[in-house]
Design a protein around this ligand. Structure first.
Ligand SMILES: Cc1cc2nc3c(=O)[nH]c(=O)nc-3n(C[C@H](O)[C@H](O)[C@H](O)COP(=O)(O)O)c2cc1C
Length: 176
């Protein structure tokens, strides 16, 4: 049995990206999934002065420990103004101060969704470019546009888009 972690790059308690990450993780056979929530890893806003005065907060190390203990990572990024949410970027910045190889070569299914037609493609592109510099091993990528139209009752309702996700999940599962 493989252990995977799934989480959204969002601190919204009703995060649509958390719904998507949870659904994608349910499609992976023979794996135990731990769903993580950024709200359980609260962190001060990164700043060099804070770091010099207080060091690295335990929650940044705790999240990295979850990555380290996993066999694979499913992440769905929320998009704010074409980029990472402040909550995710803050976590990423803190973790990168502990470990530059933040994603530790674990197979990663990288996704994004939004209520709009681009489905978070800007943040997906940003992460696709940046994460490999932190040892991300991106083996699948998926963007879900128009979340409100294409997702209901915990799953993707549009068959074509669901088939696309199944392909990406297969790549991910085969890499574990
Ligand atoms: C400050 C702010 C900026 C946003 N910018 C974008 C954007 O650039 N592109 C987009 O598709 N959606 C944007 N949205 C809408 C989000 O995609 C939407 O709130 C979505 O629910 C966020 O994902 P989450 O529910 O997983 O947090 C923005 C929302 C906020 C609050």
């Amino acid at each position: 049995m493989k252990n995977i972690i799934a989480f959204a790059g969002s601190n919204s308690k009703t995060s649509i990206n958390k719904h998507l990450a949870t659904y994608a993780s349910s499609l992976v056979d023979n794996a135990v999934t731990k769903i993580l929530d950024l709200n359980d890893f609260e962190l001060p806003l990164y700043g060099i002065d804070y770091e010099n005065a207080h060091g690295i907060p335990d929650n940044a190390k705790a999240f990295l420990n979850q990555i380290e203990a996993s066999d694979g990572i499913i992440i769905s990024l929320a998009e704010h103004n074409g980029a990472y949410t402040a909550a995710f970027k803050n976590l990423f910045d803190w973790m990168s101060r502990v470990e530059q190889k933040t994603f530790m070569s674990k197979p990663m299914l990288l996704m994004a969704t939004s209520p709009g037609g681009r489905g978070g493609q800007s943040v997906l592109e940003m992460a696709s470019d940046r994460f490999p510099r932190h040892d991300a091993n991106i083996v699948g990528k998926f963007s879900l546009p128009f979340f409100g139209d294409n997702f209901s009752e915990g799953k993707i309702s549009n068959t074509e888009l669901n088939d696309q996700l199944l392909e990406e999940v297969k790549q991910f599962a085969d890499s574990l």
